[in-house]
Design a protein around this ligand. Structure first.
Ligand SMILES: C[S@@+](CC[C@H](N)C(=O)[O-])C[C@H]1O[C@@H](n2cnc3c(N)ncnc32)[C@H](O)[C@@H]1O
Length: 195
């Protein structure tokens, strides 16, 4: 309980590297199987971006789905997260499909274009959401899609709705709200009038 209360208070604060081990572990596969969850959106040959990739829980699955002709741009603020991801990717023989990118707190600075972007359990840590979603919008191809997933423990329903409003104002159209354990989720794509 104390940890949960502390986590709620740290809204908009960046997840420290040591906390990553509490959710980035083999048990998580029971409810967040990366390939099963992302398989409907990622096909071989695609360029995908894993924004706020942490230690790469989803990055390796994305790299498998994108295949040898595809590419994953793994973006995070923290060097320590990217270093852990790099060793995991080497051990899994997937390093060549993954481009590591350390961003700044106020700018992703990623070159696209990407077919698909994932922002899993991270957007609540971003203080300037309009700017953040504008950057994702620019990063995506015309038919590109964004899967936004937020943890229920940190993000109340109303707060998630406000984030979806920001997305809509940026030109991202809501396609569906997939059911993902412990989470609030939205699949979006660029609205036609903005392309
Ligand atoms: C709770 S972790 C989630 C990691 C991973 N997506 C997962 O689901 O296992 C949030 C991650 O987002 C990163 N992050 C926070 N703010 C960010 C920003 N503005 N740009 C990029 N990454 C950010 C943090 O450094 C941290 O690694």
């Amino acid at each position: 309980m104390i940890l949960f209360a502390k986590l709620r208070r740290t809204n908009n604060h960046v997840c420290p590297w040591w906390l990553c081990y509490s959710f980035d572990n083999p048990l998580r596969r029971l409810f967040h199987d990366p390939e099963r969850l992302l398989g409907p959106y990622v096909k071989p040959g695609m360029t995908v971006a894993d924004i706020g990739c942490g230690m790469g829980y989803f990055t390796l699955g994305l790299a498998r789905l994108a295949g040898p002709e595809g590419k994953v741009i793994a973006v995070d603020l923290q060097e320590r997260m990217l270093a852990a991801l790099e060793s995991r990717a080497r051990r899994a023989g997937l390093a060549e499909r993954i481009v590591l990118h350390r961003c700044r707190p106020d700018s992703l600075g990623v070159d696209g274009p990407a077919d698909f972007a994932l922002a899993f359990w991270m957007a609540h840590e971003v203080p300037d959401k309009p700017r953040f979603f504008r950057e994702i919008f620019t990063l995506l191809k015309a038919e590109g899609r964004l899967l936004l997933v937020e943890p229920k423990i940190h993000v109340a329903g109303r707060s998630f709705e406000r984030t979806l409003t920001v997305c809509r104002e940026t030109g991202l159209q809501l396609l569906e709200e997939p059911a993902i354990s412990l989470s609030r989720a939205a699949l979006m794509r660029k609205e036609k009038r903005w392309r």
